[in-house]
Ligand binder design. Structure first.
Ligand code: GRF
Length: 203
C-alpha cells in the first residue's frame, strides 16, 4: 500500500476524487492533506472524508526553504511516499524535491507543453484551440515543465467560456489523477531521466 500525501490550496475537487477512488483500492491511500491557505474549501472536504489535514500558512515561515523543510517534515511524519499537487499554488524548492525523488506529481488543466502556468484554461480559449485537456506530470523545479505521465483531451465547443471548459477538463482530471496514482503504486510507470515509460496506457 503506497502512502499518498496531497498538497492543495483551493477547492479540492481533485483531492476528493482521489480519496474516493483510492478508498476502494488497496494499492494506495491518501494519508494526509497539507493546505497552505487557511480558508480553502479543501479543508472542509478533508474533514468530511476523514483525511488528516494540516494547515500550513506559508506566510508564517521566514523563507521558502524553511517552509518546504516544514512541509517535508509533516509528510515524512506520515510516511508519505508519493506527493500529489492538486491545485497547489506554489512552486516547490529543489530542497523539497530532493526529499521525494521521482515522488511528486501535479495535475495541470492543459495539454502540456501548451499553456503552462496560471490561467491555463483562459490561455487555451484565447489561443482558439479546438482541443484542450489535462496533464498529469512529474514535478521538477520549473512551472509545469516536468515529465508527462498521462493526458486526456476534451473538445473546446463554440459556446465555451472559461467556466464551462474548466468543468469539462476537471471531469477528466478526476478520472485521470486516480488512474495515474494507481499505476504508479502498482509499478506500471518508470521514470528514467526525463522519459516516462509505461507498461500500459493510462487513460
Ligand atoms: C485543477 O484544475 C488543476 O488542474 C489545477 O488546479 C485545479 C484545482 O482544482 N492545478 P481543485 O482544487 O482540485 O478543485
Amino acid at each position: 500500500m503506497m502512502n499518498v500525501g496531497v498538497l492543495a490550496s483551493g477547492t479540492g475537487s481533485n483531492f476528493q476524487a482521489l480519496v474516493q477512488a483510492l478508498a476502494a483500492d488497496d494499492s494506495a491511500k491518501v494519508v494526509a492533506l497539507v493546505c497552505n491557505v487557511p480558508s480553502a474549501a479543501v479543508l472542509e472536504r478533508a474533514k468530511e472524508l476523514e483525511v488528516p489535514a494540516v494547515v500550513m500558512d506559508h506566510r508564517q515561515w521566514p523563507s521558502r526553504e524553511a517552509f518546504d523543510d516544514a512541509l517535508v517534515h509533516e509528510l515524512k511524519l506520515r510516511h508519505v511516499e508519493l506527493v500529489c499537487l492538486a491545485g497547489y499554488m506554489r512552486l516547490l524548492t529543489p530542497r523539497f524535491l530532493n526529499q521525494f525523488p521521482q515522488g511528486v506529481i501535479n495535475v495541470h488543466p492543459a495539454l502540456l507543453p501548451a499553456f503552462p502556468g496560471i490561467r491555463a484554461v483562459r490561455q487555451a480559449i484565447a489561443a482558439g484551440v479546438r482541443v484542450a485537456g489535462c496533464t498529469i506530470h512529474y514535478v521538477d523545479e520549473g512551472a509545469d515543465t516536468g515529465p508527462i505521465v498521462a493526458q486526456a483531451a476534451v473538445p473546446v465547443l463554440p459556446e465555451d467560456d472559461e467556466a464551462s471548459l474548466s468543468a469539462r477538463i476537471q471531469q477528466q482530471e478526476h478520472r485521470l489523477l486516480p488512474a495515474v496514482v494507481k499505476a504508479i503504486a502498482s509499478g506500471t510507470v518508470r521514470l528514467e531521466g526525463r522519459s516516462v515509460h509505461l507498461k500500459e496506457w493510462i487513460g
